[in-house]
Design a protein around this ligand. Structure first.
Ligand SMILES: Nc1ncnc2c1ncn2[C@@H]1O[C@H](COP(=O)(O)OP(=O)(O)OP(=O)(O)O)[C@@H](O)[C@H]1O
Length: 241
């Protein structure tokens, strides 16, 4: 489904990505983890067309989408949420979801028939707020709305950047169940970035660990936690915390 090969990106003197590669298959939930500044958001931005890599390639279902821009990537099937919530705050909750569904109807009519706006509002416990401006929702509901909007696009790849940030344990568990529901109902490839390792370990089939712009380990979740390079990065981090 998704294939990222040897992506590099430099900002001024900072090498944010150094030959970063990963794959993610349909129906898989991949955790993308690593310490602050490891390059996770930069990689997700490169996959979703928000930034153009200096070199390397991003392919979705065989289509080269490298550096094509966010609109092209969205139309190609990349749905995403952001580390800092980015909703259309003055539009209503329903309109936020509707905007993405319009694109879906235009480019993936079959997917649009399977995923309805009302169904998403119900599923993400947003129906009661449907006609309220998105910016007036409580924080946790805004996070759910971002996911509902990304799903209204009928994505083949869903990128969730720190979806559990700011949620309490019970809210994180509800979110994990919802993301598992996406795997069951939509079957898209899903990449989740989060610093909450309990949330990540509970949810993800595989992990991809980054440090200083490089992918230092990837594989099944339990196996990755036995990797000495991963232990070093995380133990080193806790010792300096
Ligand atoms: N637009 C930018 N301009 C300059 N430097 C940037 C920019 N975006 C990211 N960087 C730098 O690139 C490196 C990787 O940053 P990135 O945000 O991708 O890391 P991250 O793993 O997502 O970190 P965090 O977990 O803190 O969000 C960091 O050194 C960061 O300061």
């Amino acid at each position: 489904m998704l294939s990222v090969e040897a992506v590099c990106k430099t900002f001024g003197g900072v090498q944010a990505l150094r030959n970063a590669s990963l794959t993610c298959e349909a129906g898989e939930i991949l955790g993308l983890i690593g310490p602050n500044g490891a390059g996770k958001s930069t990689l997700v931005n490169a996959i979703s067309g928000v930034l153009k890599p200096d070199s390397g390639s991003v392919r979705l279902a065989g289509e080269e989408i490298t550096g094509r821009g966010p609109e092209h990537c969205a139309r190609a099937g990349v749905g995403r949420t952001f580390q800092t919530i980015r909703l259309f705050k003055d539009l209503t909750v329903r309109q936020n979801v509707e905007v993405a569904h319009i694109t879906c109807r235009a480019v993936r009519p079959d997917a649009a028939k399977r995923i309805g706006v009302d169904q998403l509002l119900q599923q993400y416990e947003l129906a009661g707020f449907a006609d309220s401006p998105a910016g007036t929702l409580p924080y946790g509901s805004q996070r759910r709305l971002e996911i509902a909007r990304a799903l209204a696009l009928g994505p083949s790849l869903l990128l969730l950047d720190e979806p559990a940030a700011g949620l309490n344990e019970a809210e994180s568990e509800t979110l994990a169940i919802a993301i598992e529901g996406i795997r069951r109902d939509v079957g898209c490839a899903t990449i989740v970035i989060d610093h909450d390792l309990r949330f990540i370990n509970r949810l993800c089939d595989r992990l991809c660990v980054m440090d200083q712009g490089q992918v230092i380990a990837s594989g099944e979740t339990e196996e990755v936690w036995r990797d000495p390079r991963v232990i070093e990065v995380y133990v080193g981090q806790s010792e300096t915390a």
